[in-house]
Design a protein around this ligand. Structure first.
Ligand SMILES: Cc1cc2nc3c(=O)[nH]c(=O)nc-3n(C[C@H](O)[C@H](O)[C@H](O)COP(=O)(O)OP(=O)(O)OC[C@H]3O[C@@H](n4cnc5c(N)ncnc54)[C@H](O)[C@@H]3O)c2cc1C
Length: 109
């Protein structure tokens, strides 16, 4: 859960983002937005402290790699240089995706 004002990405206080984990997301993927919002707001009620005015639910189907490749990239030399890189190679976050891209670029160079 993140306070967007504290993070500096919202101009006004009171905008929060609640991320569901993989288990919750799989379980409630087909549930109506209102129900998903209710479950998450209930879980976060202790920290929010007031009723929400506007709620938006967004689903990222491919938000997290399920299986990680053990190397920072996967290169195929034949028939052409073909390199796979991203957060499934060096850790499921921005840092992992960037490190994977850098490692792939070094291989290419
Ligand atoms: C809600 C959410 C919050 C997150 N918060 C954080 C955070 O706070 N900190 C953090 O470090 N990480 C966070 N992450 C994870 C982070 O976003 C990813 O690890 C990172 O974006 C992965 O980068 P990537 O380049 O590997 O893949 P992506 O960023 O997914 O980029 C893949 C790109 O390929 C494009 N693409 C897909 N298929 C095709 C196709 N067939 N043809 C052409 N293009 C295609 C997609 O449109 C996309 O632009 C978050 C992820 C989500 C979903």
């Amino acid at each position: 859960m993140a306070d967007n004002y504290s993070k500096g990405v919202s101009q006004v206080p009171g905008a929060i983002t609640i991320h569901a984990g993989p288990e919750f997301s799989l379980k409630y993927w087909d549930e109506a937005d209102e129900m998903v919002a209710e479950y998450l707001l209930d879980a976060a009620a202790e920290w929010i402290g007031s009723n929400s005015k506007i709620v938006h639910v967004h689903r990222w189907r491919y938000s997290k790699p399920l299986r990680l490749h053990p190397e920072p990239y996967l290169a195929i030399s034949d028939p052409a240089p073909l390199i796979f890189a991203g957060d499934a190679f060096a850790g499921p976050r921005v840092e992992g995706a960037a490190l994977s891209g850098l490692a792939a670029a070094e291989w290419l160079l």
